[in-house]
Structure formats: C-alpha cells, structure tokens
Write a protein that binds this ligand. Sequence first.
Ligand code: ZN
Length: 674
Amino acid sequence: MRNKWDDKEANKLISFYTKKGINKDLALRIYSTRLLGKDPNIVLHGGGNTSVKIDLKIKKNVIQKILYVKGSGMDMSNIDINGFPALELENLQKLQKRKKMNDFEMTNYLKKYMLETSFPNASVETLLHAFLPFKFIDHSHSNAVLSLINQPNNYKICRKIFGDSVGIVPYVMPGFELSKKAAEVYKKNPNIKGLILLNHGIFTFGKTAKESYNRMIKFITLSEKELKNHSKTIKKDDYKENKIKPSKLCNILRRFLSIPKGDDYEKKIINFTKYKDINYFYSKKIIKNINGPVTPDHVIRIKSKPLFLDFSKIKKNNIEKYVENKINNFTKKYIAYFEKNKHINSKAKMHDPNPKIIVVKGMGFFSSGKNYKDSIISKDVGLASLSVTLNSFKYGSFKPISDKNIFAMEYWPLELAKLKSSNLPLQGNVTVITGGLGTLGYSTALKFLKEGSEVILLDKIHVNQFHKDTTNMFTYQCDVTNKSEINKILNKISENFGGLDIVISNAGLAIHKPLKDLDKNILDKSFSINFFAHHYLTQLSCEIFKLQLTGGSILFNISKQSINPGVDFGSYGLPKSTLLYLMKQYTLEYSKFGIRFNGINADRIRSGLLTKNLISRRAKSRKLSVNSYIKGNLLKKEVTPEDVANAFFHLSISFKTTACIITVDGGNIEASLR
Ligand code: ZN
C-alpha cells in the first residue's frame, strides 16, 4: 500500500483552512481523512471514521477539550469541515464509568454534548474515539486486513503479523459496548499503536495526523505482504456465459426484483459489472462457504451474501424459469432468517428480501438499488466484498460473524439511519428522452429528475456543446434515425440501469415549405426523424418492456399539426399525423404486455424547433404579429416548455390512460380532439 502523504499538499490545506480561522490540527484531520477515503481498498461510501482531540480556547483562561469526529455515514473521500461535528470531550469521557447504556441513551448523549447541533450526527463509533486518549485516531475497513481478520484463527494470525504493536478486540457490535471493550484492551497495553477489531476493521493512533496515517498504511502493507506470501492458488474453470447477454439478463432480473405496488411497481435499478475472477467463486471451496459479510458495515448495502447463478447446465429456454426459482429460494431463506432472528429487535420490519448482488458464472455480477446511486454503492461494496472473500479463501478460509450478529447489525436503527430514503413518485424509474438537449427535452428532463426518476438524454449533439447543467443526468450522443445505433445505446442503458420505464420520444424536425416544393428528399428527411425514429425507438423499447414485465410508458411528442394543418407545413404535419396513427396501432398490439402509449399535442412554444425565425415566418403565414401568434390561443396565454414537461409527467403516472393525447396549446378549437 503506497503512502500518499504529501507535505506540500498538507501545507496547502493548512493555509486554506487557517485563512478561514480553522485550527491547523483540524485541517490536517481533514487532509488525511480524505487520503484514506479516496482509496476504495481502505474505505467505501460512508464507511470508516476519524477524529482529533483539540484544546479550544473559548474565553480568556478558559480551555475546552473538544472531540471532532466524523459525522455518521459521511463520505471520507470528500469530507469537509461540516463533516466533523464537535463534541464536549470531557463529558463524553465521563460516560466510560457507566456499566451499560442502550442506543437510545447513547444517541441522546451524543446529541446533548454537541457544540453545534446543526452538524450531522456524530459517528456511531464516537465513544470509542472519546475513550481512547490519543490525539488522532483513524479507523478503516481495509480489504487486506479484512481478508485476515475473517479467518477462523484470526487472533493468532494478527499476533503473528502485528506482534504486540496492536490490541486485539473480539467481535462486538459497534456502540457503547465496543467502546468500553476497546478502552479495556488499551489499558492492558498502553503502548499499542492501533487496534484490530476482529471481523470488523482496524484503528490506528498518533500524536499527529501523519503518524496515525503512516501507521494505518504500515499495518495495511504488512497485511498485504502476509496475503501475498502465504496464499495458495484456487482452481477455476474458464467457462464463458454466452447463452444470454448481460443486457437481456438485466431486463429479466428487473422483472423478478421489482415489487408490485398499486398500479405500478417498486422498481430496482440494476447495474452490471464484468469481473474476471468470477469463476473462482464456483469452486466447491468457496461457493459452499460464503456465508456472511466481510465487515458488518456492508450488510445494510448488500445483505450478508450474494445470489449465485450458473447457467452452464441450463438450456437457453429455461434460463428465465431458473432465475425465477433461484430468486424465490433466496427470498424464502431470507424470510426464514428474519423470522428466526426477529426477537433480537422487536421493532424490526423486514427489508426487501430479494438479493442485492447477483453473481453469474462466466459473466460477472449485477448490483441492485432503489436508485442509480444506490446501485453503484451496492456495486462498489459488492466488489470489495467479493475480492476480500476470494483473498480470504486463497489464504486459508473464511469465517464471518454469526447470523445473530449479522441480524443485529442489519436491523440496527443507528446503522439504518445511514440509508437516505425518498418517496418521490418516480424513484426507481428510468426515463429516456430523445432530443434531450433541446428546449422541450431538457425541460422535461428537469421535471422527471425532480420527481425522482433516473434521466437519460439522447441527442444528436454531444453534451459538451450544451451549456446548461446536466448534473445527475446521463447523456448519450445518438442519431435516433439509425435503428442499430438506438439498439446499441438501449443495450448500454440496460447494462447500466437494468432497463427502461418511460420513453419520451421527442426529437423532431420542422421543415417549412409549400406543397409544390416538397420532393422525395425533403419528405424522406422529415419522415426519417418525425416518424421512423419514433417507430424504431418504440419497437426496441417494447422488446425491453416485454422482458421486464413491469409495464412501461411511451410518450410521443406528436404536435397539433397532426390534426390541424398549418399552411406550408405539410412536410411536418404528414409524418406527425402518421405518428398519431402509429400510437394507436401500438396500443392495439402491445397493451397485452401492460405497455401504455400516449402523446402530447403542443403548439407554439419557443424552442429549438420553433426558432425565432420560424416563429416570425409562421406568424406571417397566419397574418399575425409574433406576439399575437405566440399568445394566439383561446386563453391568450403563452405556452411554455414547462407546461409540456408537466403534461408528460402527468401521462407517465396515469396508469389507466393509454392512446390519449393531451393538448398543451392554451386552447385551439380547430386542434381540439373532441
Ligand atoms: Zn467500522
């Protein structure tokens, strides 16, 4: 493990923070916390924690001892001053005299002794930091250390590697009891430089941030060397799965992992990861003995173990049934585990019993989450967990904590508080918008993002040429008139998100020419984008919906031209009225799969399609001024892109509405449908 401490960088951060009146030690605390946090082999997503003890002069001759400790669930890689709540150290230390303390009391004390309660809650391991006397304390779940401390003879191994330089603490769940235990181990040997928490992780201490960081790197390096020098190879076959593509399997998994909820489903985002070492897990030694997490922190993210699938002896036609049975078996076992252990926590409500990590021989693994971010956390934690377990087996064996201890952690309210939940109506949905970087597409994207959906924009221009904020959206450059290009991108979307739920087929092109000038070239061009692009995207999306079987909504931007022609606008109106027919035909043929098809007829919106130039030409052709053209509707109100976005959203959640057109035009009786 490379030591990444850089005095120059550290000094830069000190001068940055001292200018803001922040103590040098706290600046260094931030610096080395980030150093540890940036390495996924050391800590992941909100795991690990660090602290520093500082004497703060609060008044003349009055010094207060402060513990700055990482906030619960905060990410160490980008932590800042507001990630370190300050607590009254002496009051915390007094709690050490207590024999017992429940979580409720502990949480209350941690809140009570905070200097400023607007900061995040202090780490659940705060008391451990407070009860040890060291100025700087670092805690990580280093992969190399985890591979060793989950061995059946972990105590002996740790003594062999670290000698007496560390104290060894047997597994106790984080909280008050663990803090007492750690302090007890320290008192037996006050010369220790760190602590090993069996089946959990490692702590190091130092007078300076650098000393504590150096010790962390040193102990991790020793562990890495031990693994390197004493690991044996495990046999694996080189089977490659080619009966099914990962993208198709994503769609099928989405079907079985989504949970029916009213007229809709609680959908999962699924992410596929290729993993070259995957076949090792199918050796007898491993597949039968993977039975728990590598560190308790992982349980809330990926459950205690993955689901393993192996299609090598399964016929292609039986894959779906096999996957369904395997998932059903997994959930049955999970329910039994919950029933057996629920006495540990009478308030526990069972989590979704489905697997979070699904491993497929010869392919890789799939991670699932409530939203994209959650699926990526599962993926990173899953990857770390698989590689730690593999190294454990190569070194010797793997013996994690008991089911009882797993349950206590999985249903611990203080741990669950780390999971942020949202109840937005479109959470877990994947929305694809064509012409996504145009005015209507982008406004619709903002609306769907706000309602909790993952938003993917397809556009012929590259996002680098787009100057509005696309944070939290995903973009693909795509010519939607090219069917094979759409197909490629939809496959990528399936691998990254699991599939699709809402498709807003919006891209269009308006050509302004009288009928006498319309030749085949112009009509081909217009039909290609205003009709065929919609048809191809719908065709391909429906194939995904048919594998997912969780409904699906296709929304077309049809335009009022489809029923109310404008002068010199034939080349636009012709494909659009055909598109209206296409929507009805799809409804007829695909409703049996639960797929809905609806459209918007919008009119006179200032956009990339209806440019200033075109507006003035359209106004002229209707013998109106630009202003009265734009507001030329019965309500005399300008219609905005946001109005269109709201109409698309409304249709997306109207689960019993199909083959419906919403007009968004401020009132135009000639364009009204009934
Ligand atoms: Zn920990």
